[in-house]
Design a binder for this molecule. Structure first.
Ligand SMILES: Nc1ncnc2c1ncn2[C@@H]1O[C@H](COP(=O)(O)OP(=O)(O)OP(=O)(O)O)[C@@H](O)[C@H]1O
Length: 262
């Protein structure tokens, strides 16, 4: 399958010259789901922002359908790419339905039609938020707000969805529900994920980043090896057979050593 998005030799350095991302090449097919994993400060968000066209790389380039992303007009980019970032700050006065309907702006502009309202309502429904449609964004809990952000991106009907830690505010059931909703869209997804137990069931590709460099870009089975995970995260990762189902569970084994005096 030919690539929808392609990154070649991406690099980005901070104003102080520190290399935050270096020499990253990868590709994303139209229905691929890619997880970017790595420890804090590895450069995951920086890479995601470059792939989404929010940050211009210092070296290399990102192409969408073979076209340089930086040369695609913003409105056209927004019809193809949706981003749910960690630092999004929705206007707290907006109603949840009006916020979700903002996802329609790239398609319909400011003159939205009844059909756009319906698409926004459907996205809220899928995210389990329809009962809160009339509430103000500022009144939502962290998890509800995160689901509203996903609903806005779903309403945008992009070809590729970028998610930066989409489940960090969600309880376990909501995590599964949100990732199922995203997977059911049948579009390309690129997501930063910290929870390795969610990676293997959700994606077909994993990019392992450390110190701004790509250490692996492969299937979950080949990328999530205990040796590489130990090297990257500094703790053991266990791959255990599920007690009932024919699949593996991937979990961090995080040692918490309490002193005898505590
Ligand atoms: N403008 C900047 N100037 C200097 N350093 C920066 C700048 N922006 C980011 N960094 C540093 O670059 C590194 C990579 O940041 P980035 O946010 O991409 O990492 P991350 O892998 O997403 O981390 P986390 O898991 O903690 O969210 C970090 O050490 C961060 O402090």
């Amino acid at each position: 399958m030919s690539a929808l998005l392609e990154a070649r030799d991406l690099g980005f350095s901070a104003d102080n010259g520190a290399m935050l991302v270096e020499g990253v090449s990868l590709s994303v097919g139209p229905r691929d789901r890619l997880a970017i994993i790595g420890p804090n400060g590895a450069g995951k968000t920086t890479l995601l922002r470059m792939l989404a066209g929010m940050l211009r790389p210092d070296t290399g380039a990102v192409t969408l359908d073979g076209r340089d992303l930086s040369r695609i007009p913003a409105a056209e980019r927004a019809r193809n790419i949706a981003v749910v970032g960690q630092s999004d700050r929705p206007d707290p006065r907006l109603s949840v339905i009006d916020y979700a309907e903002l996802g329609r702006v790239p398609h319909a502009g400011l003159r939205r039609r009844g059909e756009d309202r319906e698409i926004a309502r459907d996205a809220l429904d899928r995210a389990g938020l329809l009962p809160l449609a009339g509430r103000a964004m500022g009144s939502l809990s962290g998890g509800e707000r995160q689901r509203a952000q996903i609903a806005r991106a779903v309403a945008q009907q992009p070809r590729i969805l970028f998610l930066d830690e989409p489940t960090n505010h969600l309880d376990p059931r909501a995590r599964g529900a949100v990732l199922e909703l995203v997977a059911c869209l049948g579009i390309a997804v690129v997501s930063v994920l910290h929870d390795l137990s969610l990676v293997a069931p959700f994606v077909n590709r994993v990019a392992v980043l450390e110190g701004g460099r790509l250490l692996a870009f492969d299937t979950p089975d080949r990328a999530l090896t205990p040796a590489l995970m130990r090297e990257v995260f500094g703790v053991d990762v266990l791959r255990l057979p599920h007690p009932v189902e024919a699949r593996e569970l991937t979990v961090f084994d995080i040692p918490i050593r309490l002193s005898l005096n505590s």
